[in-house]
Design a protein around this ligand. Structure first.
Ligand code: NAP
Ligand code: G3H
Length: 492
Protein backbone atom coordinates (compact mmCIF):
# COMPACT_ATOMS: atom_id res chain seq x y z
CA UNK A 1 0.00 0.00 0.00
CA UNK A 2 2.68 2.56 0.87
CA UNK A 3 4.54 1.76 -2.34
CA UNK A 4 1.45 2.50 -4.41
CA UNK A 5 0.95 5.71 -2.49
CA UNK A 6 4.51 6.86 -2.94
CA UNK A 7 4.84 5.97 -6.58
CA UNK A 8 1.84 8.21 -7.23
CA UNK A 9 2.66 10.88 -4.74
CA UNK A 10 3.92 13.46 -7.16
CA UNK A 11 0.89 13.42 -9.40
CA UNK A 12 -2.73 13.49 -8.29
CA UNK A 13 -1.49 12.18 -4.99
CA UNK A 14 -4.34 13.03 -2.72
CA UNK A 15 -6.72 11.17 -4.95
CA UNK A 16 -4.52 8.06 -4.50
CA UNK A 17 -4.56 8.47 -0.72
CA UNK A 18 -8.31 8.86 -0.81
CA UNK A 19 -8.66 5.73 -2.95
CA UNK A 20 -6.52 3.69 -0.61
CA UNK A 21 -8.71 4.52 2.34
CA UNK A 22 -11.91 4.71 0.35
CA UNK A 23 -15.22 3.67 1.75
CA UNK A 24 -18.14 2.58 -0.36
CA UNK A 25 -20.61 1.63 2.34
CA UNK A 26 -23.56 3.81 3.32
CA UNK A 27 -21.55 5.51 6.07
CA UNK A 28 -18.47 6.40 4.05
CA UNK A 29 -17.33 9.95 4.47
CA UNK A 30 -17.44 12.21 1.44
CA UNK A 31 -14.87 15.01 1.64
CA UNK A 32 -15.61 17.98 -0.62
CA UNK A 33 -13.38 21.00 -1.15
CA UNK A 34 -14.48 24.28 0.46
CA UNK A 35 -12.79 25.96 -2.52
CA UNK A 36 -14.99 24.68 -5.34
CA UNK A 37 -17.09 21.83 -3.98
CA UNK A 38 -15.05 19.22 -5.88
CA UNK A 39 -14.69 15.74 -4.41
CA UNK A 40 -11.39 15.45 -2.52
CA UNK A 41 -11.99 11.92 -1.33
CA UNK A 42 -14.46 9.39 0.00
CA UNK A 43 -13.11 7.93 3.19
CA UNK A 44 -13.97 4.74 4.95
CA UNK A 45 -15.90 5.17 8.21
CA UNK A 46 -14.69 2.61 10.74
CA UNK A 47 -17.23 0.39 12.46
CA UNK A 48 -16.99 -0.35 16.18
CA UNK A 49 -15.71 -3.87 15.42
CA UNK A 50 -12.97 -2.46 13.21
CA UNK A 51 -12.02 0.04 15.91
CA UNK A 52 -11.77 -2.81 18.45
CA UNK A 53 -9.45 -4.65 16.09
CA UNK A 54 -7.25 -1.58 15.60
CA UNK A 55 -6.89 -1.08 19.35
CA UNK A 56 -6.21 -4.79 19.89
CA UNK A 57 -3.40 -4.89 17.31
CA UNK A 58 -1.81 -1.59 18.35
CA UNK A 59 -1.93 -2.58 22.02
CA UNK A 60 0.10 -5.66 21.12
CA UNK A 61 2.50 -3.67 18.96
CA UNK A 62 3.08 -1.08 21.65
CA UNK A 63 4.85 -3.58 23.90
CA UNK A 64 7.79 -4.14 21.51
CA UNK A 65 7.81 -0.46 20.53
CA UNK A 66 8.15 0.63 24.16
CA UNK A 67 11.11 -1.72 24.52
CA UNK A 68 12.85 -0.48 21.37
CA UNK A 69 15.82 1.89 21.88
CA UNK A 70 14.90 5.57 21.98
CA UNK A 71 17.64 6.18 19.44
CA UNK A 72 15.89 3.81 17.02
CA UNK A 73 12.52 5.54 17.50
CA UNK A 74 14.24 8.89 16.96
CA UNK A 75 15.86 7.64 13.73
CA UNK A 76 12.45 6.63 12.40
CA UNK A 77 11.10 10.09 13.26
CA UNK A 78 14.02 11.66 11.39
CA UNK A 79 12.98 9.62 8.33
CA UNK A 80 9.42 10.90 8.80
CA UNK A 81 10.76 14.48 8.78
CA UNK A 82 12.84 13.81 5.66
CA UNK A 83 9.82 12.36 3.88
CA UNK A 84 7.63 15.30 4.88
CA UNK A 85 10.11 17.54 3.09
CA UNK A 86 10.44 15.15 0.15
CA UNK A 87 6.69 14.95 -0.38
CA UNK A 88 5.86 18.51 0.71
CA UNK A 89 4.41 19.41 -2.70
CA UNK A 90 1.92 16.58 -2.62
CA UNK A 91 0.86 17.24 0.96
CA UNK A 92 0.53 20.94 0.17
CA UNK A 93 -1.68 20.17 -2.78
CA UNK A 94 -4.17 18.25 -0.69
CA UNK A 95 -4.21 20.79 2.15
CA UNK A 96 -4.95 23.60 -0.28
CA UNK A 97 -8.02 21.85 -1.68
CA UNK A 98 -9.22 20.02 1.43
CA UNK A 99 -9.08 22.85 3.99
CA UNK A 100 -8.75 25.88 1.67
CA UNK A 101 -5.38 26.96 3.03
CA UNK A 102 -3.20 29.24 0.86
CA UNK A 103 -0.46 27.32 -0.94
CA UNK A 104 2.37 29.07 0.92
CA UNK A 105 0.69 28.51 4.31
CA UNK A 106 -0.06 24.87 3.51
CA UNK A 107 3.58 24.34 2.55
CA UNK A 108 4.66 26.08 5.76
CA UNK A 109 2.42 23.71 7.71
CA UNK A 110 4.22 20.71 6.21
CA UNK A 111 7.75 22.09 6.62
CA UNK A 112 7.03 23.31 10.16
CA UNK A 113 5.84 19.78 10.93
CA UNK A 114 9.10 18.32 9.64
CA UNK A 115 11.01 20.70 11.94
CA UNK A 116 8.76 19.75 14.83
CA UNK A 117 9.30 16.02 14.29
CA UNK A 118 13.10 16.44 14.15
CA UNK A 119 13.19 18.60 17.26
CA UNK A 120 11.00 16.07 19.08
CA UNK A 121 13.27 13.17 18.09
CA UNK A 122 16.31 15.00 19.48
CA UNK A 123 14.56 16.22 22.63
CA UNK A 124 13.56 12.68 23.56
CA UNK A 125 17.20 11.61 23.58
CA UNK A 126 17.94 14.18 26.23
CA UNK A 127 15.14 13.41 28.63
CA UNK A 128 16.75 12.54 31.94
CA UNK A 129 15.45 11.15 35.18
CA UNK A 130 16.61 11.97 38.69
CA UNK A 131 17.78 10.42 41.92
CA UNK A 132 16.65 11.55 45.37
CA UNK A 133 17.79 10.52 48.84
CA UNK A 134 15.36 9.90 51.69
CA UNK A 135 17.16 12.10 54.22
CA UNK A 136 15.90 15.26 52.51
CA UNK A 137 12.54 14.56 54.22
CA UNK A 138 12.05 15.16 57.94
CA UNK A 139 12.93 12.29 60.31
CA UNK A 140 14.43 10.08 57.57
CA UNK A 141 17.91 8.62 57.32
CA UNK A 142 19.88 8.28 54.12
CA UNK A 143 18.80 4.67 53.68
CA UNK A 144 16.63 4.98 50.59
CA UNK A 145 17.25 6.30 47.12
CA UNK A 146 14.47 6.90 44.58
CA UNK A 147 15.46 6.71 40.94
CA UNK A 148 12.81 8.05 38.63
CA UNK A 149 12.57 7.96 34.86
CA UNK A 150 9.85 8.28 32.25
CA UNK A 151 7.86 5.43 30.70
CA UNK A 152 5.12 5.49 28.05
CA UNK A 153 1.45 5.78 28.99
CA UNK A 154 0.50 3.08 26.46
CA UNK A 155 -2.10 4.04 23.87
CA UNK A 156 -2.50 7.67 22.82
CA UNK A 157 -5.66 8.68 20.98
CA UNK A 158 -4.81 11.73 18.84
CA UNK A 159 -7.62 13.96 17.56
CA UNK A 160 -6.58 17.09 15.62
CA UNK A 161 -8.91 19.76 14.14
CA UNK A 162 -9.47 20.68 10.50
CA UNK A 163 -7.32 23.83 10.49
CA UNK A 164 -3.92 22.11 10.88
CA UNK A 165 -4.58 18.43 10.14
CA UNK A 166 -0.94 17.57 9.39
CA UNK A 167 0.75 19.85 11.92
CA UNK A 168 -1.59 19.33 14.86
CA UNK A 169 -1.70 15.63 13.94
CA UNK A 170 2.09 15.35 14.15
CA UNK A 171 2.25 17.57 17.26
CA UNK A 172 0.51 14.67 18.98
CA UNK A 173 1.86 11.69 17.04
CA UNK A 174 5.61 12.48 17.21
CA UNK A 175 5.91 13.03 20.99
CA UNK A 176 3.67 10.04 21.65
CA UNK A 177 5.69 7.71 19.40
CA UNK A 178 9.11 8.81 20.59
CA UNK A 179 7.86 8.37 24.15
CA UNK A 180 7.15 4.70 23.38
CA UNK A 181 3.38 4.84 22.94
CA UNK A 182 1.17 3.40 20.24
CA UNK A 183 -0.99 6.01 18.53
CA UNK A 184 -4.44 5.88 17.00
CA UNK A 185 -5.13 8.98 14.90
CA UNK A 186 -8.75 10.06 14.42
CA UNK A 187 -8.43 12.84 11.85
CA UNK A 188 -10.92 15.65 11.36
CA UNK A 189 -13.44 14.71 8.66
CA UNK A 190 -12.30 17.74 6.66
CA UNK A 191 -8.61 16.89 6.71
CA UNK A 192 -8.93 13.12 6.64
CA UNK A 193 -7.49 12.81 3.14
CA UNK A 194 -4.39 14.79 4.21
CA UNK A 195 -4.15 12.61 7.32
CA UNK A 196 -4.48 9.45 5.22
CA UNK A 197 -1.47 10.62 3.22
CA UNK A 198 0.34 11.34 6.45
CA UNK A 199 -0.42 7.84 7.71
CA UNK A 200 1.02 6.34 4.53
CA UNK A 201 4.09 8.49 4.93
CA UNK A 202 4.57 7.39 8.57
CA UNK A 203 4.33 3.71 7.68
CA UNK A 204 6.63 4.14 4.71
CA UNK A 205 9.17 5.88 6.99
CA UNK A 206 9.32 2.84 9.25
CA UNK A 207 6.65 3.41 11.89
CA UNK A 208 5.17 -0.08 12.30
CA UNK A 209 1.56 -0.67 11.25
CA UNK A 210 0.83 -2.14 14.67
CA UNK A 211 2.18 0.97 16.45
CA UNK A 212 0.45 3.72 14.52
CA UNK A 213 -3.05 3.39 13.06
CA UNK A 214 -5.53 5.67 11.33
CA UNK A 215 -9.24 5.48 12.13
CA UNK A 216 -11.36 7.63 9.83
CA UNK A 217 -14.99 8.59 10.33
CA UNK A 218 -17.14 11.45 11.58
CA UNK A 219 -16.52 12.52 15.14
CA UNK A 220 -20.26 12.59 15.73
CA UNK A 221 -20.50 8.89 14.79
CA UNK A 222 -17.34 7.28 16.15
CA UNK A 223 -16.00 9.90 18.62
CA UNK A 224 -17.79 8.67 21.74
CA UNK A 225 -16.78 5.07 21.07
CA UNK A 226 -13.13 6.05 20.61
CA UNK A 227 -12.77 8.29 23.65
CA UNK A 228 -14.43 5.74 25.95
CA UNK A 229 -12.52 2.76 24.61
CA UNK A 230 -10.82 0.80 27.42
CA UNK A 231 -7.59 0.46 25.40
CA UNK A 232 -7.01 4.23 25.45
CA UNK A 233 -4.46 5.45 28.03
CA UNK A 234 -4.37 9.13 27.09
CA UNK A 235 -6.20 11.54 24.78
CA UNK A 236 -4.58 14.48 23.04
CA UNK A 237 -7.35 16.59 21.52
CA UNK A 238 -7.33 19.94 19.73
CA UNK A 239 -10.61 21.45 18.69
CA UNK A 240 -13.64 23.31 19.94
CA UNK A 241 -14.38 23.83 23.60
CA UNK A 242 -17.81 22.25 23.08
CA UNK A 243 -16.42 18.93 21.86
CA UNK A 244 -13.47 19.07 24.28
CA UNK A 245 -15.76 19.50 27.28
CA UNK A 246 -18.03 16.67 26.15
CA UNK A 247 -15.02 14.44 25.58
CA UNK A 248 -13.63 15.22 29.04
CA UNK A 249 -16.93 14.22 30.62
CA UNK A 250 -17.00 10.92 28.79
CA UNK A 251 -13.34 9.87 28.81
CA UNK A 252 -13.12 8.94 32.48
CA UNK A 253 -9.83 8.50 34.31
CA UNK A 254 -7.33 8.96 31.50
CA UNK A 255 -4.93 11.89 31.23
CA UNK A 256 -6.13 14.57 28.82
CA UNK A 257 -4.25 17.18 26.84
CA UNK A 258 -6.88 19.62 25.57
CA UNK A 259 -6.18 22.59 23.33
CA UNK A 260 -9.50 24.32 22.78
CA UNK A 261 -11.06 27.59 21.67
CA UNK A 262 -9.91 31.14 22.28
CA UNK A 263 -10.96 34.78 22.21
CA UNK A 264 -7.52 36.35 22.24
CA UNK A 265 -7.49 40.10 22.84
CA UNK A 266 -4.96 42.54 21.44
CA UNK A 267 -4.62 45.30 24.03
CA UNK A 268 -3.30 48.56 22.59
CA UNK A 269 -2.21 51.28 25.02
CA UNK A 270 -1.79 54.94 24.12
CA UNK A 271 2.03 54.81 24.07
CA UNK A 272 2.19 51.91 21.57
CA UNK A 273 3.80 52.02 18.15
CA UNK A 274 0.41 52.09 16.41
CA UNK A 275 1.61 51.16 12.92
CA UNK A 276 3.44 48.11 14.25
CA UNK A 277 0.43 47.19 16.39
CA UNK A 278 -1.94 47.47 13.40
CA UNK A 279 0.34 45.29 11.25
CA UNK A 280 0.56 42.60 13.93
CA UNK A 281 -3.16 42.71 14.66
CA UNK A 282 -4.21 42.38 11.03
CA UNK A 283 -1.74 39.55 10.43
CA UNK A 284 -2.93 37.86 13.62
CA UNK A 285 -6.63 38.30 12.94
CA UNK A 286 -6.91 37.52 9.23
CA UNK A 287 -4.28 34.86 8.42
CA UNK A 288 -6.07 31.77 7.10
CA UNK A 289 -9.31 33.76 7.27
CA UNK A 290 -9.16 33.87 11.07
CA UNK A 291 -9.45 30.07 11.39
CA UNK A 292 -6.74 29.78 14.03
CA UNK A 293 -7.28 29.22 17.74
CA UNK A 294 -4.63 31.88 18.34
CA UNK A 295 -6.11 34.46 15.98
CA UNK A 296 -6.55 37.97 17.39
CA UNK A 297 -10.29 37.87 17.98
CA UNK A 298 -10.89 41.32 19.49
CA UNK A 299 -9.01 44.58 19.97
CA UNK A 300 -9.17 46.44 23.29
CA UNK A 301 -7.79 49.87 22.46
CA UNK A 302 -7.20 52.90 24.64
CA UNK A 303 -9.83 55.44 23.54
CA UNK A 304 -7.11 58.10 23.26
CA UNK A 305 -5.60 56.42 20.19
CA UNK A 306 -8.57 54.37 18.94
CA UNK A 307 -9.42 56.62 15.97
CA UNK A 308 -5.85 56.43 14.72
CA UNK A 309 -5.53 52.69 15.27
CA UNK A 310 -8.85 51.95 13.54
CA UNK A 311 -7.75 54.03 10.56
CA UNK A 312 -4.47 52.07 10.34
CA UNK A 313 -6.30 48.75 10.72
CA UNK A 314 -8.69 49.66 7.91
CA UNK A 315 -5.86 50.63 5.57
CA UNK A 316 -3.95 47.43 6.31
CA UNK A 317 -7.04 45.23 5.88
CA UNK A 318 -7.66 46.82 2.47
CA UNK A 319 -4.33 45.35 1.27
CA UNK A 320 -5.25 41.75 2.15
CA UNK A 321 -5.54 39.29 -0.73
CA UNK A 322 -9.00 37.75 -0.69
CA UNK A 323 -10.04 34.71 -2.73
CA UNK A 324 -8.62 31.42 -3.91
CA UNK A 325 -6.03 29.60 -1.75
CA UNK A 326 -4.32 28.40 -4.94
CA UNK A 327 -3.53 32.08 -5.61
CA UNK A 328 -2.10 32.46 -2.10
CA UNK A 329 -4.95 34.63 -0.85
CA UNK A 330 -4.85 35.38 2.88
CA UNK A 331 -8.60 35.40 3.32
CA UNK A 332 -9.84 32.16 1.75
CA UNK A 333 -13.22 30.38 1.87
CA UNK A 334 -14.20 29.12 5.32
CA UNK A 335 -14.37 25.41 5.96
CA UNK A 336 -18.13 25.15 5.38
CA UNK A 337 -21.24 27.30 4.80
CA UNK A 338 -22.31 26.98 8.45
CA UNK A 339 -19.05 28.67 9.53
CA UNK A 340 -19.79 31.61 7.21
CA UNK A 341 -23.37 31.88 8.50
CA UNK A 342 -22.20 31.84 12.14
CA UNK A 343 -19.66 34.60 11.50
CA UNK A 344 -22.11 36.87 9.73
CA UNK A 345 -24.79 36.41 12.39
CA UNK A 346 -22.27 37.84 14.89
CA UNK A 347 -21.73 40.81 12.59
CA UNK A 348 -25.51 41.34 12.23
CA UNK A 349 -25.99 41.17 16.00
CA UNK A 350 -23.25 43.77 16.56
CA UNK A 351 -24.55 46.15 13.88
CA UNK A 352 -28.12 45.86 15.19
CA UNK A 353 -26.80 46.91 18.63
CA UNK A 354 -24.92 49.95 17.31
CA UNK A 355 -21.50 48.74 16.13
CA UNK A 356 -20.03 50.54 13.12
CA UNK A 357 -19.25 48.31 10.15
CA UNK A 358 -16.08 49.72 8.60
CA UNK A 359 -15.53 47.14 5.89
CA UNK A 360 -16.59 43.68 4.87
CA UNK A 361 -19.73 42.13 6.26
CA UNK A 362 -20.48 40.35 2.99
CA UNK A 363 -20.13 36.79 1.77
CA UNK A 364 -19.58 34.89 -1.48
CA UNK A 365 -20.29 31.22 -0.86
CA UNK A 366 -18.06 30.13 2.03
CA UNK A 367 -15.87 33.21 1.65
CA UNK A 368 -16.51 35.91 4.25
CA UNK A 369 -15.02 39.32 3.45
CA UNK A 370 -12.48 40.65 5.93
CA UNK A 371 -14.68 42.53 8.36
CA UNK A 372 -13.80 45.36 10.76
CA UNK A 373 -16.28 46.44 13.44
CA UNK A 374 -15.72 49.57 15.52
CA UNK A 375 -17.50 50.81 18.66
CA UNK A 376 -18.23 47.25 19.74
CA UNK A 377 -19.59 47.02 23.29
CA UNK A 378 -19.79 44.28 25.90
CA UNK A 379 -23.49 43.81 25.10
CA UNK A 380 -22.63 42.41 21.65
CA UNK A 381 -21.98 38.68 21.14
CA UNK A 382 -18.96 39.39 18.93
CA UNK A 383 -17.15 40.74 22.02
CA UNK A 384 -17.25 37.22 23.57
CA UNK A 385 -17.94 34.54 20.96
CA UNK A 386 -15.15 33.00 18.86
CA UNK A 387 -16.05 33.63 15.19
CA UNK A 388 -13.28 31.42 13.67
CA UNK A 389 -13.64 33.74 10.68
CA UNK A 390 -12.14 37.01 9.35
CA UNK A 391 -14.11 39.28 11.69
CA UNK A 392 -12.32 41.79 13.94
CA UNK A 393 -14.23 43.75 16.61
CA UNK A 394 -12.69 46.84 18.24
CA UNK A 395 -13.75 47.79 21.78
CA UNK A 396 -12.61 51.18 23.09
CA UNK A 397 -11.45 51.14 26.73
CA UNK A 398 -10.86 54.00 29.16
CA UNK A 399 -7.68 52.57 30.68
CA UNK A 400 -5.46 49.51 31.07
CA UNK A 401 -7.50 48.27 34.03
CA UNK A 402 -10.63 48.10 31.90
CA UNK A 403 -8.73 46.24 29.17
CA UNK A 404 -7.58 43.66 31.71
CA UNK A 405 -11.11 43.33 33.13
CA UNK A 406 -12.67 42.73 29.68
CA UNK A 407 -9.92 40.35 28.62
CA UNK A 408 -10.35 38.32 31.82
CA UNK A 409 -14.15 38.31 31.62
CA UNK A 410 -13.93 35.91 28.67
CA UNK A 411 -14.70 32.24 29.25
CA UNK A 412 -11.47 31.59 27.31
CA UNK A 413 -7.86 32.11 28.36
CA UNK A 414 -5.58 31.13 25.49
CA UNK A 415 -3.35 34.15 24.76
CA UNK A 416 -3.34 37.95 24.72
CA UNK A 417 -1.22 40.45 22.79
CA UNK A 418 -0.15 43.65 24.50
CA UNK A 419 1.17 46.70 22.67
CA UNK A 420 3.05 49.24 24.80
CA UNK A 421 6.56 50.67 24.99
CA UNK A 422 6.54 50.58 28.81
CA UNK A 423 8.09 47.36 30.12
CA UNK A 424 6.95 48.06 33.68
CA UNK A 425 3.32 48.38 32.57
CA UNK A 426 3.72 45.32 30.32
CA UNK A 427 4.97 43.24 33.25
CA UNK A 428 2.14 44.33 35.53
CA UNK A 429 -0.53 43.65 32.91
CA UNK A 430 1.01 40.30 32.03
CA UNK A 431 0.80 39.28 35.69
CA UNK A 432 -2.91 40.16 35.81
CA UNK A 433 -4.09 38.57 32.55
CA UNK A 434 -5.68 35.14 32.98
CA UNK A 435 -4.28 33.51 29.83
CA UNK A 436 -1.66 30.89 28.98
CA UNK A 437 0.68 33.32 27.21
CA UNK A 438 0.98 37.09 26.82
CA UNK A 439 2.73 38.28 23.67
CA UNK A 440 4.32 41.67 24.29
CA UNK A 441 4.47 43.77 21.11
CA UNK A 442 3.65 40.87 18.85
CA UNK A 443 0.65 38.96 17.53
CA UNK A 444 -0.79 35.97 19.33
CA UNK A 445 0.67 32.70 18.01
CA UNK A 446 1.60 29.17 19.09
CA UNK A 447 5.14 28.88 17.79
CA UNK A 448 8.03 28.38 17.83
CA UNK A 449 6.83 24.92 18.67
CA UNK A 450 9.20 24.20 21.55
CA UNK A 451 7.65 27.09 23.52
CA UNK A 452 5.02 26.14 26.10
CA UNK A 453 1.54 26.41 24.58
CA UNK A 454 -1.47 26.28 26.88
CA UNK A 455 -4.81 27.77 27.73
CA UNK A 456 -6.60 28.55 30.97
CA UNK A 457 -10.35 28.23 31.68
CA UNK A 458 -12.29 26.94 28.63
CA UNK A 459 -9.18 27.13 26.42
CA UNK A 460 -7.75 23.86 27.59
CA UNK A 461 -5.92 21.58 29.98
CA UNK A 462 -2.25 20.68 30.04
CA UNK A 463 0.71 22.11 28.16
CA UNK A 464 1.75 21.44 24.56
CA UNK A 465 5.20 22.13 23.04
CA UNK A 466 7.97 19.67 22.23
CA UNK A 467 9.26 18.77 25.72
CA UNK A 468 5.94 19.47 27.43
CA UNK A 469 4.12 17.17 25.02
CA UNK A 470 6.59 14.31 25.54
CA UNK A 471 6.18 14.75 29.29
CA UNK A 472 2.39 14.76 28.97
CA UNK A 473 2.51 11.50 27.03
CA UNK A 474 4.81 9.70 29.44
CA UNK A 475 4.72 9.22 33.17
CA UNK A 476 7.26 8.90 35.92
CA UNK A 477 8.25 5.42 37.02
CA UNK A 478 10.17 5.26 40.28
CA UNK A 479 12.41 2.57 41.73
CA UNK A 480 13.29 2.89 45.41
CA UNK A 481 16.50 1.21 46.54
CA UNK A 482 16.33 0.36 50.23
CA UNK A 483 19.85 0.23 51.62
CA UNK A 484 20.89 -1.84 54.60
CA UNK A 485 23.25 -0.53 57.26
CA UNK A 486 25.66 -3.42 56.84
CA UNK A 487 29.27 -2.84 57.80
CA UNK A 488 31.21 -2.75 54.52
CA UNK A 489 34.42 -3.87 56.20
CA UNK A 490 32.76 -7.26 56.56
CA UNK A 491 31.90 -7.51 52.90
CA UNK A 492 34.45 -9.16 50.55
P1 NAP B 1 -14.20 20.41 16.41
O1 NAP B 1 -15.47 20.44 15.66
O2 NAP B 1 -14.26 20.40 17.87
O3 NAP B 1 -13.42 19.12 15.88
C1 NAP B 1 -12.14 18.79 16.35
C2 NAP B 1 -11.91 17.31 16.19
O4 NAP B 1 -12.79 16.60 17.05
C3 NAP B 1 -12.20 16.78 14.79
O5 NAP B 1 -11.28 15.78 14.49
C4 NAP B 1 -13.59 16.20 14.94
O6 NAP B 1 -13.90 15.22 14.00
C5 NAP B 1 -13.48 15.61 16.32
N1 NAP B 1 -14.75 15.33 16.97
C6 NAP B 1 -15.95 15.87 16.72
N2 NAP B 1 -16.87 15.34 17.57
C7 NAP B 1 -16.23 14.45 18.36
C8 NAP B 1 -16.62 13.62 19.43
N3 NAP B 1 -17.87 13.55 19.87
N4 NAP B 1 -15.69 12.85 20.01
C9 NAP B 1 -14.41 12.90 19.61
N5 NAP B 1 -13.97 13.67 18.60
C10 NAP B 1 -14.88 14.46 17.98
O7 NAP B 1 -13.25 21.64 16.01
P2 NAP B 1 -12.86 22.17 14.57
O8 NAP B 1 -14.05 22.80 13.95
O9 NAP B 1 -12.15 21.10 13.80
O10 NAP B 1 -11.78 23.28 14.95
C11 NAP B 1 -12.16 24.55 15.30
C12 NAP B 1 -12.09 24.74 16.81
O11 NAP B 1 -10.88 24.22 17.30
C13 NAP B 1 -12.09 26.19 17.24
O12 NAP B 1 -12.87 26.34 18.39
C14 NAP B 1 -10.63 26.48 17.56
O13 NAP B 1 -10.41 27.54 18.45
C15 NAP B 1 -10.21 25.18 18.12
N6 NAP B 1 -8.76 25.01 17.98
C16 NAP B 1 -8.00 25.13 19.09
C17 NAP B 1 -6.63 25.01 19.01
C18 NAP B 1 -5.76 25.17 20.22
O14 NAP B 1 -4.61 24.75 20.16
N7 NAP B 1 -6.23 25.73 21.33
C19 NAP B 1 -6.03 24.73 17.78
C20 NAP B 1 -6.83 24.61 16.67
C21 NAP B 1 -8.22 24.75 16.78
P3 NAP B 1 -14.92 15.56 12.80
O15 NAP B 1 -14.24 16.57 11.96
O16 NAP B 1 -15.10 14.25 12.15
O17 NAP B 1 -16.18 16.10 13.42
O1 G3H C 1 -5.33 26.92 15.52
C1 G3H C 1 -4.59 26.64 16.43
C2 G3H C 1 -3.15 26.52 16.28
O2 G3H C 1 -2.59 25.90 17.40
C3 G3H C 1 -2.57 27.88 16.03
O3 G3H C 1 -1.27 27.77 15.62
O4 G3H C 1 -0.62 30.14 16.06
O5 G3H C 1 0.81 28.66 14.67
O6 G3H C 1 -1.38 29.46 13.81
P1 G3H C 1 -0.58 29.07 15.01
Amino acid sequence: MPEKFLSNLTDGSYRIAAELHQGDDEHSLEVRSPVDGSLVGKMHEFSHDEIDKVFYLTSLGQVDWANSPIDERARILHRVADNLEKYADALTEVLVMEVAKATKDARDEVLRSADFVRHTAEEAKHLVGEAQFSDAFARHNRNKMAISYRVPLGMVLAIPPFNYPINLGLSKIAPALVGGNAVVLKPPSQGSVACAMLAELLWHSGVPHDVFALVTGRGSRIGDYLVQHPAVSMISFTGSTEVGRDLANKAGMVPLLLELGGKDAAIVLSDADLQAAADHIVAGAFAYAGQRCTAVKRVLCSEEVADELVELLGRRIATLAVGDPRDNATVTPLVDPAAAERALSLVDDAVSKGAELLGGGGRRGNLVEPTLLDHVTEEMDVAWVEPFAPVLPVLRVVNAAEAVRISNASEYGLQAALFTRDVDVATQICMRLDVGTVQVNGKTARGPDHFPFLGTKSSGMGVQGVRYSIEAMTRIKAMVINMSDRDLSEIH
